[in-house]
Design a protein around this ligand. Structure first.
Ligand code: ZN
Length: 238
């Protein structure tokens, strides 16, 4: 087999390995980002609970104030009642007081409901805080592992690129250009083996004459269908 073909096969293998490593890198980077998403999600949940808590506390204060105002009003009515002259006036005032007391009762119920909700939300906020802390610890560990893996992959990629530069330096610029063009067009498979007269890139049959010449291996052949650089598969084992 022509030395250049051998080098091209090597180059393709190194490139394939590097593409796989790059994919692994991208996957790890995605996973690292997703870890942050987990924290973000828990923090958003927490923010919602905190906002709701603060709203409820405000509402609770408003209800308390209103209830106190009712007390003042009822007290005032009761004082006024002492100075009333007629029975009719007295009854009217009593009706007013009853109405205010009913309103105050409803307010008090709302106050209790608000207090229950505050308690519930405070529990949730506290629980979330613990949850976030646990997630952060867990994410920190996972992130560290993934970042270490990423660094290791980067070392492998750099080593692979060095190998690539060395191999590429031993191939003519014309063949490198051809290879690069084909690799881009053919998803990384620029050079294909021919097995039993069949191009393993596109699975079209190669004329028997070409196949015999390919076996001899002193010329460079291109597939008439997919344009890939061809080599006889048996040569690789040789
Ligand atoms: Zn082909």
């Amino acid at each position: 087999m022509k030395a250049e073909i051998k080098k091209l096969i090597e180059l393709q293998e190194v490139d394939k390995k590097n593409v796989d490593l790059q994919k692994k890198c991208a996957q790890l980077e995605k996973e690292i980002k997703e870890l942050q998403t987990e924290i973000d999600k828990a923090q958003t949940e927490q923010k919602t609970a905190e906002d709701r808590l603060s709203e409820t506390q405000k509402e609770h204060r408003r209800l308390e104030r209103e209830s106190e105002e009712k007390d003042v009003k009822i007290g005032k009515y009761k004082t006024q009642m002492l100075n009333l002259k007629t029975n009719k006036e007295y009854q009217a005032m009593q009706g007013e007081i009853k109405q205010e007391e009913a309103a105050k009762g409803a307010l008090e119920e709302s106050v209790i409901k608000a207090l229950d909700l505050i308690e519930e939300l405070q529990g949730k906020v506290k629980e979330n805080k613990e949850k976030i802390k646990a997630i952060e610890t867990n994410v920190g560990i996972q992130r560290k592992t993934k970042q270490d893996d990423l660094a290791q992959l980067q070392v492998q990629i750099n080593a692979g690129l060095e190998v690539r530069t060395r191999i590429a330096g031993e191939i003519s610029p014309r063949m490198i250009a051809e290879y690069t063009k084909l690799a881009q067009k053919r998803a990384g498979l620029a050079i294909a083996a021919v097995k039993n007269c069949t191009c393993q890139g596109c699975f079209i049959n190669i004329p028997a004459q070409d196949y015999e010449e390919l076996k001899v291996g002193d010329k460079i052949y291109f597939c008439s269908h997919c344009s890939r650089i061809l080599y006889w598969y048996g040569a690789k084992q040789a």
